[in-house]
Design a protein around this ligand. Structure first.
Ligand code: HEC
Length: 100
């Protein structure tokens, strides 16, 4: 291989790499847009953040009022659940609506 072939190949690889990066950006950008509608966002949070230490059955078999869910979610956050305050509210709304 001469120098030209090598630089041609590295440019090709670079283009491929950028294409892959752009494609994966595209898919990760569409995910929040589709899951931003109320209950499905809450459901995603429940499945992703509340199944770390115990199964989600532990959550979905419970029946609580909005105030009780608020206390529970706050306690789980102090146990170590990873939720910012916005996500906590989304999840509490979801739980209070579906597991009362
Ligand atoms: C860092 C680990 C951890 C994470 C993450 C976690 N939990 Fe828990 N959860 C526990 C532990 C430990 C217990 C048992 C002791 C207790 O009740 O605090 C528990 C118990 C529970 C219970 C049964 C007790 C009750 O009050 O009814 C519910 C419901 C619950 N978790 C909901 C959730 C929800 C909702 C989430 C997501 C926000 C969550 N958990 C995330 C550790 C965790």
């Amino acid at each position: 291989m001469n120098k030209h072939t090598i630089s041609f190949i590295s440019i090709l690889l670079l283009i491929l790499l950028i294409g892959t990066l752009l494609a994966s950006c595209g898919t990760s950008n569409t995910t929040p847009a589709t899951s931003s509608g109320g209950s499905s966002a809450g459901q995603t949070l429940l499945q992703e953040r509340c199944s770390v230490c115990h199964s989600t059955d532990r959550v979905t078999s419970a029946h609580k009022t909005a105030a009780e869910w608020t206390t529970t979610v706050e306690r789980m956050v102090s146990n170590g659940a990873q939720l910012d305050s916005q996500e906590q509210q989304t999840l509490i709304d979801y739980l209070a609506a579906n597991y009362k």
